[in-house]
Unconditional design. Sequence first.
Length: 72
Amino acid sequence: MMDLVVSMGQGRNIRWWLSVALTSVVLAGCGSGDPASVIATADAEIAAGKYGDANVMLKKLVQDFPDNPAAR
């Protein structure tokens, strides 16, 4: 019976990994977008206080479009 109980720390860890997985799925879809839409999405993430997500989006944008000045 004790094996079925998830401690509070384990619950946080599971939620963290689920959010990482969800962010990865969302960012995988961003790779095919145009730079303007990715920048707009990153701006929305910044406005929502999700700086880490925006940072990952913008770094990927620079990798995908290294010659695009808007990406930098």
